[in-house]
Design a protein around this ligand. Structure first.
Ligand SMILES: *Cc1c(COP(=O)(O)O)cnc(C)c1O
Length: 405
């Protein structure tokens, strides 16, 4: 399935080389950005053969584009997939994938802790189309199994979750889903293909917001899915008609960003582990949510199914939301922004980032404290980041004993 002669080529090497060679032009060593909307043909029979898919080639930019295809091939190699297709955003990847396979009367089982936008699709848009959605307690395997066994077309998972970084046992869920005849989807955005390859456990579709770690520089939006040719082609068909196509310039930025994916992720994991440990022992911090910490409920599963624990963690503060408002602006080495996975450390309260679409009541029901801060470790020096946190936390008054949420 791999494009490399050597079957043992590692993810780091794939990040750099995969998906590129067949898309270079004019002897250039880099993939070009092909901005052309359409492709010209002097031979009408050739044009027809490309149009019906008999011969390789491109017809129109909403369907395919060489730069975009190169990006898809790179992710496909990294996930060890048979096929991949891309989208204008991560949410487009998610909504198009769901819309491809769901019909009125169908049922989806998922967990409460999915990305805020995904959660909105489940709570607002799918019910409008007469699709029933059951959101289980994340990590409650018995409940998920029971609900799946009542019948469902899709078991939709995200692990680790955004923003509470909960872990779901992929292998176990695949068995439960497949035994009930459901397709199993996993949003792999937080883990990245460097740390986790859900297809290895039999997952049907892996989804990514490429906007985050894959691009890695917070300068391009995109989404991508990987899976079998049979499933991916169906989603591709939905997307080519409905039009949530990735822009070629975004694809170029993704390709360029992904060349350093393995280096960035390695540094981000190392920093996340050290900073999570530092914060856990800090008097101002209430709880730290990071699967790399041994007391995290998903630690053992994460250890089994992930190569490393990822660059994302979150924490709540003893001083509540007021403490967050005071301390977060004092950080010098962090963007206070609604994204993650970038080379710069990025922080934000869940209530203004991942779950801004939800009401305080909904957030409480999802187990998200109002003082929860999402921390996406960048690639800066770890000690510099810890010193920055130390000086910012020093602005806070002595912590009160009781939780204020
Ligand atoms: C950001 C994100 C998405 C949505 O991606 P966009 O590119 O912003 O549309 C989906 N899932 C997860 C886990 C995310 O972090």
């Amino acid at each position: 399935m791999t494009e490399f002669k050597d079957n043992n080529v590692k993810a780091s090497t794939k990040s750099v080389w995969a998906g590129e060679k067949e898309y270079r032009a004019f002897g250039a060593s880099q993939v070009p950005v092909v901005h052309s909307v359409a492709y010209t043909y002097d031979d009408l029979d050739h044009w027809y053969d490309v149009a019906i898919g008999k011969t390789k080639g491109h017809i129109y930019g909403r369907n395919t584009n060489p730069t975009v295809e190169s990006f898809e091939k790179k992710v496909q190699e990294l996930e060890g997939a048979e096929a991949a297709t891309s989208f204008s955003t991560g949410m487009a990847a998610i909504s198009n994938s769901l819309a491809t396979f769901l019909r009125p009367g169908d049922r989806v089982v998922s967990v409460k802790d999915t990305y805020g936008g995904t959660n909105k699709i489940f709570s607002e848009f799918l019910p409008q189309m007469n699709i029933d959605v059951m959101l289980c307690e994340t990590g409650n395997e018995a409940q998920i199994e029971e609900e799946v066994n009542k019948g469902c077309e899709i078991l939709y998972l995200e692990t680790p979750t955004n923003p509470t970084v909960k872990i779901t046992d992929i292998e176990k869920m695949v068995k439960i889903g497949h035994d009930a005849g459901a397709l199993v989807f996993v949003d792999n955005t937080f883990a990245t293909p460097i740390n986790q390859n859900p297809l290895e456990y039999g997952v049907d579709l892996v989804l990514h917001s490429a906007t985050k770690f894959l691009g890695g520089h917070a300068d391009a939006l995109g989404g991508v899915i990987c899976g079998s040719k049979e499933l991916v082609e169906q989603v591709y068909h939905y997307r080519e008609i409905n039009g949530a196509t990735m822009d070629p310039m975004a694809a170029y930025l993704m390709i360029r960003g992904m060349k350093t994916l393995h280096l960035r992720v390695r540094q981000q994991c190392e920093s996340a582990m050290k900073i999570a440990t530092f914060l856990k022992n800090h008097e101002q911090i209430d709880q730290v949510f990071y699967p790399g910490l041994e007391d995290h409920p998903g630690h053992d599963i994460a250890k089994r199914q992930m190569k490393d624990f990822g660059g994302m963690f979150s924490f709540s503060m003893k001083g509540g939301l007021e403490a967050v408002k005071l301390f977060l602006p004092k950080l010098e080495l962090a963007n206070r922004a609604a994204n993650l996975g970038s080379v710069e450390t990025t922080v934000g309260p869940a209530r203004t980032t991942s779950h801004v679409e939800n009401t305080p009541e909904e957030r409480a029901a999802l187990g998200i404290p109002e003082s929860l801060v999402r921390y996406s470790a960048g690639i800066e020096d770890t000690d510099d980041l810890i010193r920055d946190l130390t000086q910012a936390l020093a602005y806070l008054p002595e912590p009160v004993a009781a939780k204020s949420y």
